[in-house]
Design a protein around this ligand. Structure first.
Ligand SMILES: [Fe+2]
Length: 200
């Protein structure tokens, strides 16, 4: 496939996956079972490896302020059903946070350690488990589930949310240094990666 046909085939495959995901949510609502079905559908998309050449999703340069960038692959009506490819290099870490919408991560290249938490009676967090997201695996979370992300080295993973990142302005994260919950408003850089748009 040449470069254009890869982009077109990718858009078509992403569109088909997002249609299925929307249908899963419409038919099943938002439950542990339905977000797991969404995870399984995204794993099928990520398994179409020829559609996602790493060269199409470069990580930020070594001198860039941020070590990761989000490539927007899909965003539906009213900014629902958003899909991104997160490309990073070096160390990428987040504090424990919720999403205020369902969230699914599936792996493609590299390893993304996810740690899961629950809130404690004194207002903090305690870890409840962890899972390494890599090619062929993924995690699914409901709106109030808490996780943190830890990546070392280059990585490309798919992040899918019930609502686009720029609309998630009430996410909370736990600041270990201050022992407080704060608003996680930083979205970071989002690059347009849909080829079927005239402009972004
Ligand atoms: Fe997250």
């Amino acid at each position: 496939m040449n470069e254009n046909s890869v982009g077109e085939a990718r858009d078509a495959a992403v569109g088909a996956a997002m249609n299925d995901i929307q249908q899963i949510e419409t038919e099943q609502g938002v439950t542990r079972e339905s977000v797991d079905a969404i995870r399984q559908r995204l794993l099928k998309l990520a398994n179409q490896r020829d559609l996602f050449p790493l060269d199409d999703f470069p990580a930020p340069g070594a001198d860039a302020e941020q070590s990761n960038v989000m490539y927007r692959l899909a965003q539906g009506a009213q900014d629902r059903f958003a899909l991104y490819a997160q490309s990073g290099r070096g160390t990428v870490e987040t504090p424990p946070h919720n999403h205020t919408t369902w969230a699914v991560i599936v792996g493609f290249h590299g390893q993304e350690l996810n740690k899961f938490y629950q809130r404690t009676a004194d207002g903090g967090v305690e870890q409840t488990g962890q899972f390494i997201v890599e090619a062929g695996s993924g995690v699914a979370m409901l709106a109030e589930d808490l996780h943190s992300i830890h990546i070392e080295g280059s990585g490309l993973n798919f992040h899918c949310y019930g609502l686009a990142l720029e609309r998630l302005d009430q996410r909370q994260y736990y600041s270990e240094s201050s022992g407080e919950w704060k608003i996680f408003s930083a979205v970071g850089e989002i690059r347009e990666a849909r080829t079927n748009l005239q402009s972004c």
